[in-house]
Design a protein around this ligand. Structure first.
Ligand SMILES: [Zn+2]
Length: 355
């Protein structure tokens, strides 16, 4: 029996030492202390020993079992840790690797045209102002001289929210007031604001959420000529150098005088076609800032004046790409949207990849 125990000890040490994976170690465990393992069998063999011999050998076998357990535990801890490390290394995600089948990503046409427009204004010395899409009735209507009985304030035209005095902004114009307040009477003030606006409206040319650009300039001696210069620059930067503009008298509560601005037709160049009929396309509204609006923004209309313009960005997108259903832009149809690839390229101001 003594020899058996010596042999077992050596075999256990060697077996555990040689196991280089937890799977191999498990085989060693079964080989020694499994139901038919060598150590298990030696324990059973104790019954064949004489009553005098039995306790001594039993004690030795128990010690051997303890040795086995502690060797096994230590080895198992180490192998398991090594295997976990290897697995982690193998499974590590490299976020910088390219996708297996990368989608050709590009900006949404509205985003792209918005950035084009912003760039044109930034080059003219305007800066970008952003504001909340849930606006107070004061900023959205009252401060802009939109009377309480104005049709735009009717329930059927605006989205009111469950908070008295608030509305989903129907235009980017509230940013005029916010920018004026922030400027605290300083001149010149030149800002643009782009973003989503909300109206209860839906047909081929209107959707409940669309995107506007608002521009505001305030200074001491601004006139219609300054406004016209900005409008012409804008039209030619976006629609091409030969574009002409036409100004028509109009009415908006926040400007006086107010102008409707047309551009020479992008399809026929002004000769007259199915798209334009008379050679002109209505593109935006503008005017000299109404004295009441200036006063509401903290400016003295006796000393400064200003001009403002607002345009629907989707309208520009539709003219640039030549389609007439605004809803196409917001149906999340990749087939349609990817068709809006590079056709902006002919318009100058193009820069390489879309993203
Ligand atoms: Zn035309």
């Amino acid at each position: 029996m003594d020899e058996t125990i010596e042999g077992l000890l050596a075999a256990i040490q060697q077996g555990i030492e040689k196991a280089s994976t937890t799977a191999q170690l498990e085989e060693v465990r079964v080989a020694f202390i499994g139901r038919k393992g060598q150590l298990t069998r030696a324990m059973k063999d104790l019954s064949e020993l004489s009553p005098e011999e039995r306790p001594r050998q039993g004690k030795r076998l128990n010690q051997l079992r303890q040795v086995f357990d502690s060797l096994y535990e230590a080895r198992h801890r180490r192998l398991a840790a090594e295997e976990e490390d290897a697995q982690l290394a193998e499974e590590r995600l490299d976020m910088t690797l390219p996708g297996r089948n990368p989608l050709p990503a590009r900006l949404h046409p509205v985003t792209r045209v918005t950035r084009m427009l912003e760039e044109v204004f930034l080059r003219m010395g305007f800066s970008l102002a952003t504001g909340p899409e849930i606006e107070t009735v004061w900023y959205n209507f009252e401060a802009l001289n939109v009377a309480e009985d104005h049709p735009a304030r009717a329930m059927q035209d605006s989205f009111f929210v469950d908070l008295p005095g608030y509305v989903m902004r129907t235009q980017t114009s509230p940013m005029q007031i916010r920018a004026m307040e922030e400027a605290r009477g300083r001149v010149p003030l030149r800002i643009i604001s782009t973003g989503r606006v909300y109206r209860r409206d839906e047909d081929a040319t209107h959707i409940p959420m669309f995107t506007q650009l608002e521009a505001l300039a305030i200074d001491r001696h601004l006139g219609l000529a300054d406004l016209k210069g900005v409008l012409l620059t804008l039209a030619r930067e976006i629609f091409g150098a030969s574009t002409e503009i036409r100004l028509r008298p109009s009415y908006f509560p926040f400007t006086e005088p107010s102008l409707e601005v047309d551009i020479s037709c992008v399809v026929c160049g002004g000769k007259g076609c199915r798209t334009c009929k008379d050679g002109w396309l209505e593109i935006l509204g503008s005017g000299m800032v109404h004295p009441v609006v200036l006063r509401n923004g903290g400016y003295d209309p006796d000393h400064v004046n200003g001009f403002a313009l607002g345009l629907g960005i989707e309208r520009v997108v539709m003219l640039l790409y030549g389609f007439d259903d605004i809803r196409l832009l917001y149906q999340n149809d990749l087939g349609v949207l990817s068709g809006f690839g590079d056709p902006l390229a002919p318009m100058g101001s193009q820069e390489g990849p879309l993203l």
